[in-house]
Design a protein around this ligand. Structure first.
Ligand SMILES: Cc1ncc(COP(=O)(O)O)c(C=O)c1O
Length: 462
């Protein structure tokens, strides 16, 4: 039995899939500070127009330019693995498949959009890109992409991760990027936060404020900002994962996938794998599609669907999404890439529609699953990815109880070789489970009081 399925370079998908074309209820627009829908022009100081066009597109299929494919060939198509050793250890009748996104040079799915975004920025004449990073995976992906294309790259890295993951910073430096801890003293947003909370561990919301400010205040007009998740065009670029997976499953003789699983921070790797399967579900197939988050940052499972800013300093437009409030500072768990107050609008709307079944899992269960995965399949996964694997273990055990030969597909979004301090803390018994208390959530949700409310459009079919 084949445990890996490959595609040749000429079998790579040549178009990205845009779920916005098929969602039963249309996406609600981002709003400006006056509560009115923002026009593409208003985003022009932040993003290049070619990416803004993708952001607002409702075309189902969008061609991947040849120049982007050439960049992707460095590591794509990524392999599809059958996790036979994990299946055996779990003694499950389920067949478990995973896309191995750790094969990219920076080690995660993030370069799929990093190279596309850097390419579009370069086409538009941009010379310098700013961004934020949580765990450092996104920062290193963008640093890598910018180095391939000869662009300057500036990364604001959430302070707690900057301290926990020094090697990520060195990777960014090796690819020629400049990385600083956020909040920094380089921006007004950073200085304001430091004045109020000098010991803050930082958050993605704060780091986004800094990176956006650095882009829009650059007088040369040659700097733009880039986001590694959440936005429609980012999720779009990631759909190459699910489109490849479909071709590979066909090669492996799989006729039907029962369960699709991914971890969810801002939503990009989960969307990348699952959206082509969400399309099948909309078309009538029965598939369980499960985005997984930490119980300490329960955006999808407990936070309301609201309009909120994507960042702490309220520099971004208001997005219709599940949000814990833009002031939310998540507890410093090791899955830094899952510590975000909001969720991608496309995923949020799909949750409202009932197309997705979100799940929150405690970190001790996630680390236990990560260790089991390492000791069976061999790969040491990122702490973020461990949330997907923990859900896979739950589903495989359920299949055993029910005696069902299910096909489970998940996204192995990245390796954890730069995240071993988290494993160390786990082995030393220093990690604890943490559920966000209701009072904390109510407190952070105060920041959205008075903001416009999205309509809860729900067709009620799922
Ligand atoms: C390996 C890995 N997986 C998952 C995530 C979560 O991000 P997203 O939800 O955008 O896929 C991150 C974010 O840093 C990551 O590094």
């Amino acid at each position: 039995m084949a445990v890996k399925v490959f595609l040749s370079e000429d079998e790579i998908p040549r178009q990205w899939y845009n779920l916005a074309a098929d969602l039963p209820s249309p996406m609600q627009p981002p709003l400006g500070p006056d509560g009115k829908p923002i026009s593409p022009d208003m985003l022009a100081p932040v993003f290049p127009m070619n990416l803004i066009e993708q952001e607002v597109s409702t075309e189902r299929w969008i061609d991947i330019p040849e120049g982007v494919l050439e960049l992707l060939y460095r590591w794509r198509p990524s392999p599809l693995h059958r996790a036979v050793h994990l299946e055996k250890a779990l003694d499950t009748p389920a067949r478990i498949y995973y896309k191995n996104e750790s094969v990219s040079p920076p080690g995660s799915h993030k370069p799929n959009t990093a190279v596309a975004q850097a390419w579009y920025n370069k086409q538009f004449g941009i010379k310098r890109i700013t961004t934020e990073t949580g765990a450092g995976q996104w920062g290193s992906a963008l640093a890598f992409a910018c180095s391939l294309l000869g662009l300057e790259c500036k990364v604001y890295m959430v302070r707690i991760s900057f301290e926990q993951k020094p090697f990520r910073k060195l990777m960014m430096q090796t690819w020629g990027a400049n990385c600083v801890a956020s909040p920094s003293t380089e921006t007004q947003a950073g200085r304001d936060i430091l004045a109020k909370f000098p010991d803050t561990p930082g958050s993605l919301g704060i780091a986004i404020s800094e990176a956006v400010e650095a882009a829009v205040t650059d007088q040369s007009g040659e700097t733009r900002y880039s986001l590694g998740s959440v936005l429609n065009h980012v999720l779009l670029h990631q759909t190459i994962i699910g489109l490849e997976a479909k071709k590979q499953l066909k090669k492996a003789g799989v006729k039907k996938v029962d369960t699709v699983i991914g971890c969810c921070g801002g939503g990009s790797n989960f969307a990348g794998l699952s959206f082509p399967f969400v399309a099948d579900k909309i078309a009538g197939e029965q598939i369980d599609i499960i985005p997984v988050e930490p119980t300490s940052c329960p955006t999808m499972t407990r936070a309301p669907f609201v309009y909120d800013h994507g960042d702490t300093a309220k520099m971004t437009p208001l997005l219709p999404m599940h949000s814990l409030g833009h002031d939310f500072i998540p507890p410093p768990i090791h899955a830094g890439g899952l510590r975000y107050h909001g969720m991608a609008p496309l995923i949020s709307q799909a949750i409202v529609e009932g197309l997705l079944a979100p799940r929150a899992i405690h970190q001790l269960e996630c680390y236990a699953a990560a260790v089991q995965f390492a000791q069976t399949e061999g790969i040491i996964i990122a702490p973020e990815t461990s949330h997907a694997v923990a859900a896979v273990v739950q589903e495989a055990k359920k299949a055993k109880e029910e005696g069902k030969e299910k096909v489970i597909l998940f996204n192995m979004s990245g390796h954890g070789l730069m995240d071993l301090t988290g494993y160390d803390a786990y082995f030393q018994g220093k990690l604890q489970d943490y559920s966000l208390p209701d009072v904390e959530m109510e407190k952070s949700l105060k920041s959205i009081d008075g903001l416009p409310k999205p309509q809860l459009v729900k067709t009620g079919k799922w």
